[in-house]
Design a protein. Structure first.
Length: 364
């Protein structure tokens, strides 16, 4: 009897992964994800970091099932193996669980090389492991986070940060700014732009044909008809109406607490929050294990886990890799959805057939 052959994907997606802060849990969760050989079926992983760092953590965490090969660039990557590209040559001290400038320097070097190879087409998507913002800024990084850095490199003025899970997608109008600056940062034009960008991302990146978007207010009880603030009446509602006039299904403004508490989110494809914690506090409470940070509105695909470096548990072997795994699969899904979107736009008939099938019509 002929032995069944192992499945081989003829076109695996090249997934670049920046190692993040070497003193955080990035190396651990990367090893935990890729010690499962099934992960290399649908993608070719290229990790930008250091073989010395992985050798260190393999010993500390006793991760003997994790194996890899070293390569100089993604162009030399082996499609059936985990590939590690050394992003720096100098010896950098590993201080587990500590914020250090050296750790920030290594994270920055890995991110720079990964984005260069992404821009040159050597990798298809980028997944970024957690960085320490304090450490990477000390190393010369001049941006609040990955989102702003990639937007600047891509020449895009305003990328959109979306938190993604299987049940919920939350986008932000403002992201990494102090709470006291949120109100002055909100303008009708900015909110309209974010609604449009969210609508486009849901269509192109996530395959939603006619997205419904819930828009939050910024004040308690969404302003209570002006009793608790005027932003809803003067800025947010006019922005929602402008989006509706552009044929976008936008609704609101909704108070955030009542919205999540009543499970109203189930009636929408996405939620647009006005500021960071308004959207992310509930999102992480509902989807922390599987949550993914996605940067929309860019010509490239980038995702990351929805957690930080977790310095307090480094080296203990208890970090969960689920969010990183979800980030990898989300990046691959977006890459495939974008390809399908381009094909459908090139052949509008496919889009009509797809819509009719979705509505349950028989296609002769």
């Amino acid at each position: 009897m002929e032995k069944e052959k192992d499945y081989v994907n003829p076109n695996p997606i090249k997934v670049g992964i920046s190692i993040g802060d070497i003193n955080g849990i990035g190396p651990e969760i990367i090893m935990k994800v890729f010690k499962d050989p099934r992960m290399s079926i649908d993608c070719t992983p290229i990790i930008y970091g250091s073989t010395k760092v992985f050798a260190h953590y393999k010993k500390v965490l006793d991760e003997n099932d994790f194996s890899y090969q070293s390569c100089k660039s993604a162009s030399e990557a082996h499609s059936k193996k985990v590939n590690v590209v050394n992003a720096w040559q100098d010896d950098i001290a590993i201080e587990e669980g500590k914020m250090t400038e050296e750790g920030g320097k290594a994270a920055f070097a890995a991110l720079e090389l990964a984005t260069q190879e992404l821009a040159s087409g050597k990798i298809d998507v980028l997944v970024t492991a957690p960085i320490s913002k304090e450490a990477i800024v000390k190393a010369g990084f001049k941006f609040p986070g990955h989102t702003e850095y990639l937007a600047d490199l891509s020449g895009e003025k305003d990328a959109l940060m979306i938190m993604v899970s299987s049940a919920l997608k939350v986008a932000l109008v403002t992201s990494h700014i102090p709470l006291k600056d949120v109100s002055t940062a909100l303008t009708r034009e900015k909110i309209v732009d974010k609604i449009k960008a969210f609508d486009q991302s849901l269509r192109k990146d996530f395959g939603v044909i006619r997205p419904k978007i819930a828009v939050f207010g910024v004040n308690p009880h969404a302003g209570e008809n002006g009793k608790m603030g005027a932003e809803e009446q003067e800025i947010i509602t006019p922005a929602i109406n402008a989006a509706k006039n552009a044929d976008i299904l936008a609704f609101g403004p909704y108070p955030a607490d009542g919205f999540f508490g009543s499970n109203a989110m189930k009636g929408f494809d996405g939620v647009l929050a006005m500021y960071h914690d308004q959207g992310l506090a509930a999102f992480k409470a509902l989807a922390f294990e599987e949550g993914v940070n996605y940067t929309a509105g860019l010509p490239i695909v980038r995702t990351s886990p929805d957690h930080g470096t977790a310095f307090d548990i480094v080296g203990k072997g208890i970090a969960s890799e689920q969010s990183l795994r979800s980030a990898i699969y989300t990046a691959m899904d977006v890459f495939k959805n974008r390809k399908m979107h381009r094909e459908i736009n090139a052949n509008p008939l496919k889009s009509q057939v797809r819509e009719r099938k979705r509505e349950g019509e028989e296609i002769e």
